[in-house]
Design a protein around this ligand. Structure first.
Ligand code: GLN
Length: 454
């Protein structure tokens, strides 16, 4: 299937940066033999999975879709990857993304765009566009991605797949190349809610290698998906976030969302409207906090430790080699983020920019807390629009950033959010996503509601 649809040169989807066909067949044969001998590691043993290329894999390159890491082979596996292998899943390869996960359309990859399987003239969303497109196109039944501001849920919505950003600290970030460490979280993609839940349980859980990992049981997401599938939401209080719909939202997105809310009511949920006024500050706060952390995290790409090294010919100083390498190795969006972040953290701007963004972040946390006193889950469209045409927003970073309007609050608060397909927009026929948000460590509620809806 990958051979048939993916080849970027032949106008294919371009979802994979690396396909590990032989390894995958060998692993599959091993798992088959185990199963024949009566040992089954778990319910997903033998099931293929694709891995976003910002997670360390010891037997495959890890590039973050950046020239600066071209050909880099990590000496170890990310914890999430290790857990996939231990559960007997079969890694198929590494998927394309926006460089260092910075973007919302996959157009920032140094190795080419990814096309949306439903309409190849449109983006698949991002930054986990490769994982989303590969899942939607049947190149893999399951994939993992990372979500810093929406990078699982937004491409999930654009490609008609299920994607979840788990509660911060419930899936280990060990081996995930850091973009914005206080926001980054690995999560699952699947074609159904139950598929995503099963993958979620494989990758999640406490990990001593990640100091922000929560030492608590993972919310019972599979059980919740199974319970939800019975289709009864009696007693569940669903809050519709006032600030996350209306003006600026595509008509077909709003109509699909309204229909979805009606379905939740029909399933027995009690629907209330909830206001979260600070959510309007979430996007601007995120675009200070995320670049600030990125500017610090990306300092490690210094031409000495990993990947690319430019100008190391004896005629340049160490500082010059570092500058030449970073100049050649990072793409324009990554440079933009490093500059914004460096500026926001500088002595003259820290209070006015970074400090203020942190205050806005606290207000978002408080809005969630107040909202969850009135309801069990919050819902919104996952994205204000459907997948847009390739090239449409490349010259307008702020228009691009708007695609994360609805997903960013959950990252700032560390809470969970899941996107489940909710029909198509009549005007362009593209998939629409329903976002279900929950309090921290209550991810199971999102799976229950989404499975009931689905
Ligand atoms: N699109 C957002 C950004 O560009 C979110 C990216 C992400 O979640 N990794 O930062």
């Amino acid at each position: 299937r990958i051979d048939a649809v993916d080849g970027a040169e032949g106008g294919g989807l371009g979802a994979f940066l690396h396909v590990a066909a032989e390894q995958a067949l060998a692993t599959a044969a091993e798992i088959d033999a185990e199963i024949a001998a009566g040992t089954v590691r778990g319910p997903l043993a033998g099931v293929p999975v694709a891995i976003k290329d910002n997670m360390a894999t010891r037997d495959m390159p890890t590039t973050c879709a950046s020239r600066i890491l071209e050909g880099w082979r990590p000496p170890y596996d990310a914890t999430a990857v290790r857990r996939l292998r231990e559960a007997g899943l079969v890694p198929l390869g590494k998927t394309n993304l926006d460089e260092f996960a910075m973007g919302g359309s996959n157009e920032n990859s140094a190795y080419g765009i990814v096309r949306n399987p439903w309409d190849p003239s449109r983006v698949p969303g991002g930054s986990s566009g490769g994982s989303a497109a590969a899942t939607a196109a049947g190149e893999t039944p399951l994939a993992i991605g990372s979500d810093t501001g929406g990078s699982i849920r937004q491409p999930g919505a654009f490609t008609g797949t299920v994607g979840c950003k788990p509660t911060y600290g419930t899936v280990s970030r060990y081996g995930l190349v850091a973009f914005s460490s206080s926001l980054d979280q690995i999560g699952p993609f699947g074609r159904t809610v139950l598929d995503a839940a099963m993958l979620h349980e494989v990758i999640g859980g406490h990990d001593p290698c990640d100091q922000t990992s929560i030492d608590a049981p993972l919310p019972p997401v599979v059980e919740a998906a199974l319970a939800g599938a019975r289709g009864d939401l009696t007693g569940v209080r669903v809050g519709v976030v006032t600030e996350l719909s209306g003006e600026g939202y595509q008509t077909g997105v709003l109509s699909a969302f309204t229909d979805a809310v009606r379905v939740l009511t029909d399933l027995g949920a009690e629907v209330v409207e909830v206001s979260c006024p600070s959510f309007t500050s979430a996007m601007p706060a995120y675009y200070i906090i995320a670049p600030s952390e990125a500017s610090s995290n990306l300092a490690r790409f210094d031409a000495m430790r990993y990947g690319l090294r430019v100008g190391d010919d004896g005629s340049h100083s160490t500082d010059e080699v570092m500058s030449l390498t970073r100049e050649a190795g990072f793409g324009p969006e990554v440079k933009r983020r490093i500059m914004i972040g460096t500026h926001a953290l500088s002595a003259g701007s820290y209070d006015a920019l970074y400090g203020k963004a942190l205050k806005a972040r606290t207000l978002v946390v408080r809005d969630f807390a107040a909202a969850f006193e009135q309801c069990d889950v919050l819902v919104s469209p996952t994205v204000p629009t459907t997948a847009f045409p390739i090239g449409d927003r490349v010259d307008d970073p702020v228009a691009m950033y708007l695609a994360d309007l609805c997903t960013i609050p959950a990252n700032l608060a560390g809470t969970a959010g899941l996107s489940v397909p909710c029909g198509r927009a009549p005007e362009d026929g593209m998939p629409v996503g329903l976002q279900v948000m929950t309090p921290a460590l209550a991810d199971d509620r999102a799976y229950r509601v989404a499975a009931a809806y689905e």
